[in-house]
Design a protein around this ligand. Structure first.
Ligand code: ZN
Ligand code: ZN
Length: 110
């Protein structure tokens, strides 16, 4: 996380979101692992999917650190957050690749 991209009161915002979550991961399938269901992982508890304890962190649904509308922020467990970010990054990479192909005028990849 690049702190300089976040608002000054990010700590407060992130605390507020984690409190709102009631200590339970707020991912409702954004990570692609449990579509339509809320994740059952709870902050401070033994993870169901791995060794170790759950720590909820706050994810940006818009992937814009400056966008702190509460509906765009979700408290997520490590698994959901990682998977969610990975989904986003691979999607972004794909878009970039498509763009490059178009810029070069090479459409043989389609
Ligand atoms: Zn989760
Ligand atoms: Zn999830």
């Amino acid at each position: 996380m690049r702190r300089e991209l976040y608002p000054d009161n990010w700590e407060e915002i992130s605390k507020e979101v984690r409190e709102r979550s009631g200590g339970q991961c707020e991912c409702e399938g954004f990570c692609g692992l449990h579509t339509g269901r809320r994740c059952e992982e709870k902050n401070g508890q033994q993870a169901k999917w791995a060794r170790g304890k759950i720590t909820l962190t706050v994810a940006h649904l818009t992937h814009n650190p400056q966008d702190c509308r509460r509906e765009c922020l979700k408290a997520m467990c490590q698994r959901c957050h990682l998977r969610y970010d990975r989904l986003y990054k691979s999607r972004k990479k794909l878009e970039k690749k498509d763009l490059l192909v178009v810029e070069k005028g090479d459409l043989t990849g389609f």
